[in-house]
Design a binder for this molecule. Sequence first.
Ligand SMILES: NC(=O)c1ccc[n+]([C@@H]2O[C@H](COP(=O)([O-])OP(=O)(O)OC[C@H]3O[C@@H](n4cnc5c(N)ncnc54)[C@H](O)[C@@H]3O)[C@@H](O)[C@H]2O)c1
Length: 450
Amino acid sequence: MSDRYIDFANSSIGHRLVGALGLPSPVRLERWQAGRLRPVEGALLIGGGPLADKVSALANRLTDAIYSYGTEPSLATAWIPGHGPKLKAVVFDASHLLQTDQLKQLREFFQPLMKNLDHSAHLVILGRAPETLSDPFAASAQRALEGFSRSLAKELRSGGTLQLIYVGDGADDQLEGPLRFFLSPKSAFVSGQVIRLKACATPVEDWTRPLAGRKALVTGAARGIGASIAETLARDGAEVILLDVPPAKADLDALAARLGGRSITLDICAEDAAAQLIEHLPDGVDIVVHNAGITRDKTLANMTPEFWDAVLAVNLNAPQVLTKALLDSGTLRDNGRVILLASISGIAGNRGQTNYAASKAGLIGLAQAWAPLLDQRGISINAVAPGFIETQMTAHIPFGLREAGRRMSSLGQGGLPQDVAEAVAWLAQPGTGAFTGQALRVCGQSVLGA
Ligand SMILES: NC(=O)c1ccc[n+]([C@@H]2O[C@H](COP(=O)([O-])OP(=O)(O)OC[C@H]3O[C@@H](n4cnc5c(N)ncnc54)[C@H](O)[C@@H]3O)[C@@H](O)[C@H]2O)c1
């Protein structure tokens, strides 16, 4: 469903009216286009502590316009406020800020930039996870980065986003994958997130096809977010296997044929679903995306047992049972990736969704609990928690609630299935193996459950 308000707010009359009435004025977000190679098309500014050198060392693979600000003279051109170009991307290493009085460097670095950001600019702050620091004051300073970055993300205009990445031991040289995602339009609808990155043993070989040679299963792939995930994984080189219920066979087969993949028609709640799935995957699988999901909304007072059971069965029980079966049978190979489609309802709660929110929170818990157990096999398991995404599922929401869902975020609009798909594709990469047990929100920094 299209968002007519964005069209209106970006028309010449609408723009003036929206401004005069003080209404939200969401901009059209820049998104990744097929055939694009460079993650950053425009100026990348790098500054801050010692990790800035690590970023500079890989920066020419991100863009050919590299600037530095506030650091020692480096190979990059110095950026001068008011004279330098508008900035499309910014990386600031704050990992060296270990005392309260050093935090002012955040203000000193970012303040001159704020009026010099390009449309849909992507900002990243690097730090060290507070729980890994023994000095309480240092841990407190690094935790302060979280409040700073989430607030600054809310102040960005024109489609800007900002994330904080806590870089773990041994991961200093593994920033390329996350920066390719978080500095590019692939993360157009991700903002205000705090990410914990650990070291990963398996690097990406070819950034143009990071999933080459990998087999990916996507459930609920006939339409909506699942279809977009299948397309994006195929774009990134994966061989895709699409699964959906038998009534969706025609759409599923057509998409599988277009992507050069194959299809499986199966109800994931069927009693023999696990056995059937294993039979369909004799050569194993590297990436499993549990996307199939349903809503049956009612306040708890009116919730029928059927509504409750159906949602818990599809959204939570099936991913649990199928993942366990794929692991136990060895069908899910070492260094595999499991990605669970949760929801911000599972973080914030949502009126009329006790069943749905319970199922989605359960998925986040599943990722957290299973991650350390799968570490040894190099398998990562993460949840992706979308906010309001424009699909058939959200098209059925009553008008008032739908509008509220769209506008109640820093980006003031709903996301597209592609936004969720890009996050899943990043988590599916070999080099993202150390990002595990986490929930990545794709919600435009929704105010719900932030
Ligand atoms: N659209 C949103 O705003 C939003 C927000 C947060 C989370 N999500 C989650 O993202 C996922 C995809 O959402 P969507 O909006 O694309 O939904 P959708 O309803 O458009 O598509 C869901 C797909 O899952 C399939 N499916 C349902 N039950 C199945 C079963 N038992 N076996 C196999 N396949 C089954 C459906 O046939 C359908 O093709 C869901 O898990 C949903 O909860 C969506």
